[in-house]
Ligand binder design. Structure first.
Ligand SMILES: [Fe+2]
Length: 238
């Protein structure tokens, strides 16, 4: 059996969606129109940088690509210009790239962090900004990275920005990041349902999240629910 996207022969495990088989979830996501224009050199560069972070964090690499695709679902409700959408895709993809500059003893610590370790961890948006703002054509991407831990009510970090002072791409990303965090399996717990994530997101409208972004989330509930559900086919054995 071959992957429906890249044609690669599937040897062990397949990702099944829409009755088609893919060698991995990323190949499936690439067939969705929400993830268009993924093959340009900047995107390849961005995906390679994310892979470098994944090597450090011992992650499988799907979280960043998944949240980038899902953030685009919301972004398309606010804009249609490919260049603007591309910046949001890159920003969501590279949101945590600054963690490359966090010490192993903190980044990989299994126990909870001390206050001084949190202080170091909270420098990751600025570290990511410093790294990515050097790349031509990625200015808005760098701004999204800098603001991805801010909250709509000003209670986030690093600059306690409020409301529309936070770039739209970051306001949309925050919702998707929470959706992904709640619905994904972790080594210590099973992922919760889409409905639990939806309740949490609605509860945080106006505090952590932009109410307009939450409205967009509710309007796109059907497609997002399908995308989250499809992820659950990961690990399907042939
Ligand atoms: Fe982060």
């Amino acid at each position: 059996m071959n992957c429906h996207h890249c044609g690669k022969h599937i040897t062990q495990q397949a990702f099944k969606a829409d009755n088609k088989y893919y060698c991995c979830e990323h190949c499936f996501l690439k067939t969705r129109d929400t993830c268009a224009r993924q093959e340009d050199p900047y995107t390849v560069l961005a995906e390679t940088l994310v892979s470098a972070l994944d090597l450090r964090e011992h992650e499988t690499g799907m979280h960043s690509k998944r949240v980038a695709c899902h953030t685009l679902v919301l972004a398309r409700r606010f804009m249609s210009k490919p260049d603007a959408l591309q910046q949001i895709y890159w920003g969501a993809l590279l949101h945590d790239i600054g963690k490359i500059g966090i010490a192993d003893t903190i980044l990989l610590k299994p126990e909870s962090l001390t206050e001084s370790e949190w202080e170091e961890m909270r420098t990751h948006p600025e570290k990511g900004y410093q790294l990515i703002s050097q790349i031509p054509n990625m200015n808005e991407t760098a701004q999204i990275i800098l603001c991805h831990e801010e909250h709509f009510d000003g209670s986030g970090y690093p600059r306690n920005l409020k409301g529309d002072k936070i770039p739209l791409g970051a306001r949309l990303f925050m919702i998707i990041d929470t959706l992904d965090a709640i619905t994904s399996d972790r080594p210590y717990r099973k992922g919760d349902s889409f409905d639990s994530a939806k309740d949490e997101i609605m509860r945080m409208a106006g505090s952590q999240f932009d109410p307009q972004a939450v409205e967009a989330f509710l309007a796109e509930e059907t497609i997002l629910r399908e995308m989250v559900l499809n992820k659950c086919h990961m690990g399907f054995s042939l």
